[in-house]
Ligand binder design. Sequence first.
Ligand code: GUN
Length: 284
Amino acid sequence: MTARLIDGTALAKHWRDQVAQDTLALRARGLTPGLAVVLVGDNPASQVYVRNKVKACDQAGLHSVLAHLPADLSEAALLDKVAQLNQDPTIHGILVQLPLPAHINAHKVIEAIDPAKDVDGFHVASAGALMTGLPGFWPCTPHGCMKMLEHIGYPLSGKHAVVIGRSNIVGKPMALMLLAQNATVTICHSRTTHLKAMCLQADVIVAAVGQRNTVSADMVKPGAVVIDVGMNRDEAGKLCGDVDFAGVGQVAGYITPVPGGVGPMTIAMLLVNTLESAKRRLSV
Ligand code: GUN
């Protein structure tokens, strides 16, 4: 492999250590940052994600609460739970794990979260703040990708970034963050024609479609930075991203692995956002 690896596990540890250190200082002033994680139902993948988030909080010295609620919970009961957490002074961040069961309107639940506690950055107030350059919480996954680019000292200004994927959680906020750093941004998605031609023009590719082998070596300009947000399984059941890692690693300048890339950074940014929320409480 010729590309340099961006080690998400090591970089996430740096940020988690930083949060732990700041948390210690905050606790000495009588404030313990607190995160509430709400899980509805028994989606196996969500259970793993949620467990990892709670564990990361504990390791960094944050207070965490896991509310594991039954799959048949009513929307009204979930809204009540969110309202209760909004009022709880020990909680600075509220995360409702998605996806929610089909009978619950996820938009309604997210909009019920106090934007001051929206550490996932999914509330329309957070999305609007990101769009307009106001302070607010950034969604954790694209936030983690930006930290990776910052870590390698990549100068985004004037560069062409291609984001593949247009979700509210990753693709759209990712494009806005790159734009805020003066990159020229193209958003591609499942209906894009000529994806290969688009990617070949990119200095930076962020792949976030949830489809393995979406980006192959022949689609990458030599030396480009390739960030892989995908979380898929290959036919052997092994975890893999959206990028053909072995092939693209021969062409790219930098590449993120899966696992050990963006995933750990997502959790680290959740801790960063929760700490930031607690700090804001102290300063009001
Ligand atoms: N489901 C998949 N990723 C996420 C995330 O970052 N936050 C929440 N709340 N749910 C998710």
